[in-house]
Design a protein around this ligand. Structure first.
Ligand code: FAD
Ligand code: SF4
Length: 513
């Protein structure tokens, strides 16, 4: 055998750098389902099932194209980890060269670098850069050079120019780079419009059903449910999901990007969000085609500029930016804890068993499907952990386990940097903190909650509100002169001493609980 091409579970891309010089007659592919990849964090059943189902469909598609695929299924003997299994198979298959597209996780990349060193002189190991992304490592590092305070907005503008997306010559289309101010509406009392479209749902075929049975048996004690599993698991399905979003939800995506609503059935719970992150992260979709599809909708007059800009910003801006920051800052990034947070992650994060209605609703959505939209992740589950002062590594382990789209390069910077402000301001200029009043404004969660978002003390005080003031109190010194937080610190100083004592006591109780 000439080359053995390793395809990892999140590299299901027929156009990846792995295939650059493939010769089907002389080369073969290696793929493996390893239990350790599903258990190194306590993964949601749907996350495990999605990876396995998508991998098996990809294997079948490769075989249909005439490629030889050596595929280890989950129940194979000698499952002692991905690289160990590969190393054993190398003894048997004896390729001259091993080709791997760089993994999306620091841990696995280190494993492959060690393998490369061990095999030196015997088998050449080529680690190729992942061309799925629109910004290379070199381009990101060059952009970062000399920037003390990097900002996503500047990075995003650079990529807009480079890819000529939403541009009129050198100027942004519509005269503005950013339509965030038009994109922050809440639904109001009546809730989402009655014609809120359901997302396109994919009924599991035989292959996926086999995986669902396997996961239900093998990972029975893992969190989450499988009975709502309807994720796209092939390239064709991912393209259908993209088309469905562009046609039915993109036009209103921007306006209600930050809104939340409780008690919707699972096929409407994503509201106007794309629900494409898992297909993108598995590489079933290419970010260029996703951005292009949104811009084409604008050109056809099918979606307004503020929606398309808001959406392109997420993919071209945030997605590329967090990936750049991850590789730029790892491995130290995983240890960040700028606010010295040491509390334990509450056990109810794994069960949804809490009387805080917003958390119960977001956790229910998450456990049902492995999905919650961005504001649920940032301003409910993430916010509570931040205000409570949970150790960032525990928050990171939870997010990596619980969402179907979780891969470390995108999950870790979002959690450590954006949501927990553990990097001390590299990712976000200030911590995303808010009291229960924010959740009340953006959702209907508070209407049926036993707590009151405006109460800071007493039996019905909203835990978010109590912890918000307590957070400002605990970090008063750090933020007293912060340009974007000093006003909130001044508001804290207006509270009378007795009330502040009471807030501290209630916050301590919440932490002890
Ligand atoms: P939409 O809201 O419709 O956005 C469209 C696309 O933009 C997404 O599919 C995604 O690819 C991209 N995108 C949007 N926001 C971000 C962002 N902040 N970072 C990177 N890409 C973004 N995203 C993941 O893909 N995997 C994760 O593990 C993950 N963990 C997160 C953890 C926290 C604490 C937070 C605050 C955000 C996290 N995100 C993660 C980012 C974002 O919440 C999800 O990408 C988004 O909710 C996925 O749903 P969607 O496809 O409906 O996205
Ligand atoms: Fe959440 Fe507080 Fe509103 Fe209850 S009152 S739903 S705990 S923000």
């Amino acid at each position: 055998m000439r080359n053995l091409i390793v395809i990892l579970g999140d590299q299901l891309d027929m156009h990846s750098a792995a295939w650059a010089d493939i010769d089907p007659a002389d080369d073969a592919v290696w793929m493996a389902e390893c239990a350790s990849e599903a258990t190194h964090v306590w993964s949601h059943k749907a996350r495990i099932a999605l990876f396995l189902a998508a991998m098996r469909h990809f294997r079948d598609a490769l075989r249909e194209r005439g490629l030889t695929v050596h595929y280890r299924e989950l129940d194979a003997a000698d499952d002692d980890g991905l690289v160990a299994c590969l190393e054993r198979d190398l003894e048997r298959l004896k390729p001259r060269k091993l080709i791997v597209v760089e993994p999306g996780e620091w841990r696995l990349r280190s494993d492959f670098l060690h393998l490369q060193a061990r095999l030196e002189g015997r088998i050449e190991v080529r680690l190729r850069e992942d061309t799925h992304f629109m910004c290379s490592h070199d381009a990101f590092d060059t952009w970062m050079r000399g920037r003390r305070q990097p900002r996503m907005e500047h990075f995003y503008r650079r990529l807009r120019r480079e890819y000529d997306l939403l541009m009129d010559g050198d100027a942004p289309r519509g005269g503005r780079w950013n339509f965030d101010h038009d994109n922050r509406a809440a639904f109001g009392r009546d809730g989402p419009p009655a014609d809120l479209p359901p997302h396109r749902s994919f009924a599991p075929d035989t292959c996926t059903r086999d995986v669902l049975t396997l996961v239900a048996e093998r990972f029975a004690d893992h969190p989450g449910r499988l009975d709502h599993f309807d994720w796209p698991v092939t390239r064709a399905q991912a393209l259908e999901a993209l088309e469905d979003f562009i046609a039915h939800r993109l036009p209103r995506f921007g306006r209600w990007q930050d809104a939340m609503w409780d008690e919707l059935p699972p096929h409407r719970a994503a509201l106007y969000h794309a629900r494409l992150s898992a297909a993108l992260n598995l590489k079933l979709l290419d970010p260029r085609e996703v951005c292009r599809a949104a811009c084409d909708a604008l050109d056809r007059g099918d979606a307004p500029l503020e929606a398309v800009e808001g959406f392109v910003r997420q993919i071209l801006g945030w997605r590329e930016y967090v990936r750049g920051l991850y590789w730029h800052r790892m491995p130290a990034h995983a240890e960040d804890n700028a606010l010295d947070a040491q509390a334990e992650l509450p056990a109810f994060y794994w069960t949804g068993d809490t009387d805080m209605n917003c958390l119960r609703g977001c956790l229910r959505d998450t456990l049902d499907t492995g999905y919650a939209h961005h504001i649920q992740r940032l301003m409910v589950t993430g916010l509570y952990a931040l205000l409570l002062g949970v150790e960032p590594r525990q928050v990171h382990a939870w997010y990596l386990a619980i969402y179907v789209d979780a891969v470390e390069w995108v999950e870790l910077p979002n959690v450590i940097g954006m949501s927990q402000w553990a990097d001390g301001g590299i990712m976000a200029s200030k911590p995303y903190i808010a009291s229960g009043k924010y959740i009340e404004r953006m959702s209907n969660y508070c209407a049926s909650c036993r707590f009151r978002p405006g109460d800071t003390t007493g039996p019905r005080a909203c835990p978010f509100t109590v912890l918000y003031w307590d957070f400002l109190d605990r970090h008063r010194e750090r933020f007293a002169d912060h340009p974007r937080l000093k006003l909130q610190v001044r508001n804290l100083d207006r509270r009378d001493a007795q009330e502040l004592q009471q807030i501290r006591r209630q916050a301590r109780k919440l932490r002890d609980a």
